[in-house]
Design a protein around this ligand. Sequence first.
Ligand SMILES: O=C(O)CCC(=O)C(=O)O
Ligand SMILES: [Fe+2]
Length: 275
Amino acid sequence: MPAADSNKPPIDFSRYPLDADDPAGIEALVDRCRADLAARQFCSLPGFIRADAIAAIVGQTLPLVARANRADSWRNCYLQREKDLRLPPEHPRNVFNHASYRMLAADLLPADSALKALYYWPPFRRLVAAIVGVEQLFPSEDPLQPVNVICYGDGDQSAWHYDSNNAFTMTLMLQAAEDGGLFEIAPDTRSGENDEDIPYMQAVLAGSREPVQTVSREPGELTIFRGCNSLHRVSPVAGERLRLMAVFVYEEAPGITGDPEVNLTVYGRTGGETG
Ligand SMILES: O=C(O)CCC(=O)C(=O)O
Ligand SMILES: [Fe+2]
């Protein structure tokens, strides 16, 4: 079927044979990823996308970066920008860090982008669902959210934070920074919004390295992590080369669009205005 083939994403099928009728080794891959996710809140699939395709995606993305929405703020790990003066200054609610980066929305990426081919390819969705342990995953129907590229330049970083909306977060490294730009995660700093390990969180926010894991991020490497209950951040980027990271958002039900207010904060627009 040529039409389907032309939409086949540039996965390294020699290593990850998702296109085979009975893909050998996929069960072992899923088991390994599930065990890693349970034990340390992240799992990695190195070399998932072919190097030549990554280079092409980077080439397509760089001219678009100027159109990405710039975030630049001081925020706490709940992404809030106001302190709560009833709480002590060392409470995580009152510990602020600098976050600055640019966010390229899905509608700015070309329709024939390999990132979109990957996102919409059903066998990929099935693999991710098996790894994160849900029955089925669906593409987001938001105009801006499904596939994004986060761009970090010299001096940019993200603040320690939780991802509040999703049970898991999935990223694909496109281009690493010359220096810094490491993805760091402190596993299980809380089990839910009402069950936080405040001393552990305070230690991480104060710079304690002991529980923090640095995740290796080679271009082409796919990472799935549970960012909702594990503090994580991207350390400051240094050098001229941009750190480019693709982010994919799946939903557990069909037909889901994002909150326009959230879109306004993240992308500087709601998405309803584009044609
Ligand atoms: O850029 C990264 O490696 C991680 C970004 C992140 O924290 C997220 O997408 O939630
Ligand atoms: Fe995050």
